[in-house]
Write a protein that binds this ligand. Structure first.
Ligand SMILES: [Zn+2]
Length: 408
């Protein structure tokens, strides 16, 4: 029999690293290879309406066996982060984990240290899965895929368990911010969805940042430096003045919890033109306007000191805190909370200092909180997963299916 662990190990071996510098969708051929594999497996399990969509998204249905229950969806992403290699991943098992530092066999410099990753303390005696230290593991988000596939198999093989229709969706390129580009929520056609893309165990993420991107463009004037007196306007120097006056305490490195920030993360330019890209982040959407106003006021102040320069601030919407959209379908979170309890887990509500595919899907009209899948320390060669936490995530999905099966 194909176990959760077999599946997980099979999926992480497919190189699905997302690529930033391309317009192709999906951004890497491995995502299509994994999609093909998942499509075949879903068909073999007896799922209905299995499709491998153009763009690489895999969709399928676990047909319901009660009348009138709403359709829900389970989603996970096939790509892995470009921040570490995903080529030739060698999943390495640490059974009955001894609670000590974990030395990764392929690279003696890579050690998962208990004092740096305190989550490990709770996992003594469990089965930990790592890479060999030369790549990431890819539990983000292949743990999510393996959990969904295992829960799907369980429901398909046990018709005595009563549930409504469940749509399964495996998406592409989440890690490069394009995870919902090819997702058609009409095709998913569900009342609520769940991304299985949360870290650790027992987490129920129902809140994300709201996010805008500000681009500050500084236009100067270039001339040969030998003839520049009273003529040159150096956009680089003005960018320096601008950056120095951003509020220091409102930065990612000085905020945590529920505090938002302004984060300059790209600076490009020359004498005649400089561009600064700044992330605006807050859990309270209306505060994004206040953050943008800080930049506009600063632009005015700096222009007053450099009247020959032009500073333009353009703000583009990125995504919105999902909590506002989840309110429209309160069952999405309420039934997930109950499913955790039914599975014997006390849910931990978490706010993500970032976004998920669920932020955008919720805004598009498909309420989508995020559930834990047992992954830890992702985007790094020190990534690990806990098999028992993955198994708990399967139980949560099966409970969730039954709870929604009782709804109308
Ligand atoms: Zn992920």
């Amino acid at each position: 029999m194909d176990t959760l662990l077999d599946r997980f190990c099979r999926y992480v071996k497919v190189e699905t690293t997302a690529v930033e510098e391309t317009k192709d969708y999906p951004s890497s051929p491995g995502q299509l290879e994994l999609g093909k594999m998942l499509t075949a497996e879903l068909k073999a399990l007896g799922a209905a309406n299995v499709t491998h969509e153009e763009g690489g998204v895999v969709l399928a249905t676990i047909p319901g066996n009660v009348d009138g229950a709403p359709t829900i969806a389970w989603l996970a992403h096939q790509d892995t982060s470009p921040e570490a290699s995903g080529k030739h991943v060698k999943p390495t098992l640490h059974k009955n984990y001894d609670g000590q530092n974990i030395n990764l066999p392929g690279d003696p410099t890579k050690v998962i240290k208990v004092d740096e990753f305190p989550d490990l303390k709770e996992l003594k005696g469990k089965t930990i899965i790592t890479s060999d230290g030369t790549t990431l593991l890819g539990a983000d988000d292949k743990a999510g895929i393996a959990v969904i596939m295992t829960a799907a198999e369980h429901l398909l093989k046990n018709p005595a368990i009563k549930h409504g229709p469940i749509r399964v969706g495996f998406t592409c390129d989440e890690e490069v911010g394009r995870g919902t580009d090819k997702v058609d929520i009409q095709k998913i056609n569900a009342t609520a969805a769940y991304t299985l893309d949360g870290e650790s165990g027992g987490g129920l993420e129902n809140e994300t940042f709201s996010a805008d991107l500000a681009t500050v463009t500084i236009t100067g004037f270039n001339i040969h430096p030998g003839f520049a007196k009273d003529k040159m306007v150096n956009a680089i120097r003005i960018a320096g003045h601008f950056l120095a006056r951003l509020p220091q305490e409102k930065s990612p490195e000085m905020t945590g919890g529920r505090d938002g920030f302004l984060h300059p993360y790209v600076l490009e330019g020359g004498v005649d033109k400089a561009t600064i890209k700044i992330l605006l982040r807050s859990f309270v959407t209306s505060e994004l306007e206040e953050e943008a106003k800080i930049l506009q006021d600063l632009a005015k102040a700096v222009m007053a000191e450099h009247p020959k320069a032009k500073i333009d601030v353009a703000v583009k919407k990125q995504y919105r805190n999902m909590i506002e959209y989840l309110k429209k379908e309160p069952r999405a979170v309420k039934l997930a909370e109950q499913a955790y309890r039914n599975a014997g887990i006390e849910p931990k509500f978490q706010s993500i200092r970032g976004g998920t595919d669920g932020s955008r899907l919720s805004e598009m009209g498909l309420p989508t909180p995020n559930l834990s899948t047992g992954m830890h320390n992702f985007h790094s060669p020190l990534e690990f997963a806990c098999l028992e936490q993955m198994e708990s995530a399967v139980k949560v999905l099966i409970e969730l299916a039954q709870l929604w099966g009782k709804e109308k």
